[in-house]
Design a protein around this ligand. Structure first.
Ligand code: NAD
Length: 316
């Protein structure tokens, strides 16, 4: 009998890649995990360390290898490249990381023509677009982690402020994973009740319009604060990546704000950015054409134009 083995390859075994590998191993979602890094010895060390926990988790085969390890991969997750220094924006990384992607993507495609590529490295929207163009894969099979992490930060902060379970807060950050991202307040809700209706009748006494504004600023500046404090962010993104990979491998049709190629939406086309999308075994099945308020439309267009400006500067 042929068994279905789910194989995930991780390229780039730094803070993010190794935390994701550990989280994925614990989750039991993948049957096979392959670790690749330009520093082969480092990947080998991570592989040994993870395998020594094998007796505590569901069966999973973890190996380190060169790009030939991408053969038969279901998903290739790319977390390779430079990360932000305390005084840098994500966009500052574009030239360095685009060059790394020009090197990596053809090597992945050589061995994994049918895989789904999931980009994490920053600036994630630009590198998702770069991966799409270089790979020649259809748009559904190239996605970025986008604002899945930002939306989780957003839901957590709203839940803390409003004293409700974060799983019952439904709220999205869309657009760039970066400085031009925006909150979709018009649809943000707690248990189906939009915040504009929920806040005035909630028992806590707060200046909710001011508080919500502060929450979004906190979301937008989270990465800067964490990098300032400890040099990198990796735990929450590790969990976010497992959530995306799980939605793909288990064909869940989950709604996640991943970075995907957007066309013909509020006059925006040919750019990758985040919008809630249906994620399943085919990758991004479709993005949801949310009805945005006038101000959200303007901010979303600004975010898309900013990203397109950066794309125009890169030589593909
Ligand atoms: P890191 O410096 O700890 O790790 C980067 C790894 O990439 C290193 O192990 C390095 O050897 C490897 N690498 C570099 N060039 C390579 C190449 N050509 N081929 C293979 N491997 C290569 O960085 P990190 O903290 O793990 O962050 C990785 C990336 O993820 C950064 O770009 C960071 O900004 C991004 N990031 C994204 C999110 C998100 O939400 N999308 C969150 C956190 C970090």
């Amino acid at each position: 009998m042929k068994t279905q083995r789910s194989k995930v390859v991780i390229v780039g075994m730094g803070n993010v890649g190794s935390t994701f590998a550990f989280t994925l191993m614990i989750s039991g979602v993948a049957r096979e995990i392959v670790l690749i890094d330009k520093n082969e010895e480092h990947a080998r060390g991570e592989c040994m360390d993870l395998n020594h926990g094998a007796s505590f988790v569901q069966p999973v085969e973890i190996t380190s290898s060169g790009y030939e390890g991408c053969k038969d991969a279901d998903i290739v997750v790319i977390a390779a490249g430079a990360k932000q220094k305390p005084d840098q924006t994500r966009i500052d990384l574009v030239q360095t990381n685009a060059e790394i992607f020009k090197d990596i993507i053809p090597k992945i495609v050589k061995y994994a023509k049918d895989a789904i590529i999931l980009v994490v490295s920053n600036p994630v929207d630009i590198l998702t677009y770069v991966s799409l163009k270089i790979s020649g894969f259809p748009p559904n099979r190239v996605l970025g982690s986008g604002t899945v992490l930002d939306s989780s930060r957003f839901r957590y902060l709203i839940s803390e402020h409003c004293h409700v379970d974060p799983r019952n807060v439904h709220a999205y950050i869309i657009g760039e994973h970066g400085d031009t991202e925006l909150p979709v307040w018009s649809h943000a809700n707690i248990g189906g009740m939009v915040l504009a209706k929920y806040c005035p009748i909630c028992n806590s006494i707060c200046d909710y319009k001011r508080e919500l504004g502060k929450i979004f600023e906190e979301v937008k500046n989270s990465a800067y604060k964490i990098i300032e404090a400890k040099g990198a962010t990796y735990y929450a993104i590790g969990l976010a990546l497992v959530r995306i990979v799980e939605a793909i491998l288990r064909d869940e049709n989950s709604v996640l704000p991943v970075s995907t190629l957007v066309n013909d939406y509020y006059e925006i086309s040919d750019v990758c950015l985040s919008i809630p999308s249906i994620v399943n075994r085919s990758g991004v099945d479709k993005f949801l054409r949310l009805e945005l308020s006038q101000s959200e439309q303007e901010q979303f267009r600004h975010s898309a134009e900013t990203l397109k400006g950066v794309i125009r500067e890169i030589k593909l």
